[in-house]
Design a protein around this ligand. Structure first.
Ligand code: ADP
Ligand code: MG
Length: 355
């Protein structure tokens, strides 16, 4: 393990802790009282919409910004006032600009060069870093001769070569097309397992966060709404915001909630939990919640069909069903028909209303 403390006292400390961290830019509260603990060796993501404060949190951890108030700790040590180069952290940005006039190997070795490493050490470690991102033998090329995915891997190698204790990644795959992005997601996860250091990934892409992370912090307007494993966030979202940002969710509140769920409050119901049945008039309300309605729209998606229903209770519902037997023609014939929506009561997830 890199940076293992000698005396053992820091071993239990989280790799990163933020305590009551605030950051204001003029009147804008970019980060508004964030508490976070990221464990050593964890793959941790900050997930949230644009402008929710993710990049600012990352820059506070790296030391490119200092908090307006609060404390940043790395491995248990207070680094709040320390400059970036005194923190055992490297950052990979979305626009991972490589030096165009340098070879791939020189790009990767650059961080070692400025730290005063000898030529031989530079070359050996740069090659090892390139191996770790599967770019063996690419050292002599210039960045212009690489694909987007390869350039992104060079940026990763350049960050890993200095053997940081923590790697910060700000939307590193944002510039890549979907296929390449999915491929790089698997590689990123593998890489993190191999090098065993703490990764903090910033992303607005819930699929990416769910696929990669041990735990995720969902951010909204400068605050952390919930921290949890992908399963916890999806199955037990703490707020309407988390329920709608991590996956999609129907939200029931007010009179419609009382009518359908049978009690007052705000509830989230995932579209894939809802069965769309022909309205034959029979009930099964012991274990299930039910509502009738008219199909307003049906979208055929190949593997599944998304069915939009205007319910008699007033609320519009979205249900997703796998096309086990349904054909495209079946799906397209649905609009206008009366249906019964039925789901198990355990899928009524209580939520704090959207604030
Ligand atoms: P995200 O990465 O989630 O999109 P950011 O952390 O970049 O969000 O920004 C959070 C908020 O802080 C936004 O409203 C943004 O406009 C503002 N902000 C970020 N950096 C600065 C800055 N240097 N000066 C002024 N406002 C900033
Ligand atoms: Mg950002």
């Amino acid at each position: 393990m890199p940076g293992q403390p000698e005396d053992g006292t820091e071993r239990e400390a989280p790799a990163i802790s933020l305590r009551a961290v605030r950051k204001a830019f003029g009147g804008v509260r970019a980060v508004d009282g964030v508490e976070l603990d990221v464990a050593e060796g964890e793959f941790f993501s900050l997930l949230g919409p644009s402008g929710s404060g993710k990049t600012t949190v990352l820059r506070l951890i790296a030391g490119f910004e200092t908090p307006t108030s609060g404390t940043v700790l790395l491995g248990g040590a207070d680094v709040t006032g320390k400059p970036p180069f005194e923190r055992d952290v490297t950052t990979v940005f979305q626009d991972y600009a490589l030096f165009p006039h340098m070879s791939v190997e020189q790009n990767v070795a650059y961080g070692l060069k400025v730290r005063g490493a000898g030529r031989r050490e530079q070359a050996e470690r740069a090659r090892a870093a390139l191996d770790s991102v599967r770019l063996e033998g690419f050292g002599g090329r210039s960045p212009g001769q690489l694909s987007g995915g390869q350039r992104q891997r060079v940026a990763l190698a350049r960050a890993l070569v200095v053997r940081p204790r923590v790697l910060l990644l700000d939307e590193p795959l944002g510039a890549l097309d979907l296929t390449l992005r999915e491929e790089m997601q698997s590689e990123l996860k593998e890489l993190q397992r191999d090098v065993g250091i703490t990764f903090v990934l910033v992303t607005h892409d819930q699929t990416e966060a769910l696929a990669l992370s041990d735990r995720i912090a969902v951010m909204n307007a400068g605050r952390v709404e919930q921290v949890g494993t992908p399963g916890e966030l999806y199955e037990s979202p703490a707020s309407a915001f988390v329920a709608s940002f991590v996956g999609t969710s129907n939200t029931l509140t007010g009179a419609a909630a009382e009518l359908i769920v049978g009690k007052a409050g705000t509830f989230g119901i995932r579209p894939e939990k809802i069965r769309v049945l022909p309205d034959t008039g029979d009930h099964d309300r012991t274990h299930h919640s039910e509502v009738r309605g008219i199909v307003a729209d049906a979208v055929y998606l190949g593997d599944s069909t998304r069915v939009v229903v205007d319910t008699d209770a007033g609320a519009r519902f979205v249900a997703v069903r796998q096309n086990l037997d349904t054909t495209a023609a079946d799906a397209l014939a649905l609009p206008g028909s009366r249906v019964l929506l039925r789901w198990h009561r355990r899928h009524n997830v209580p939520l704090d209303p959207m604030t």
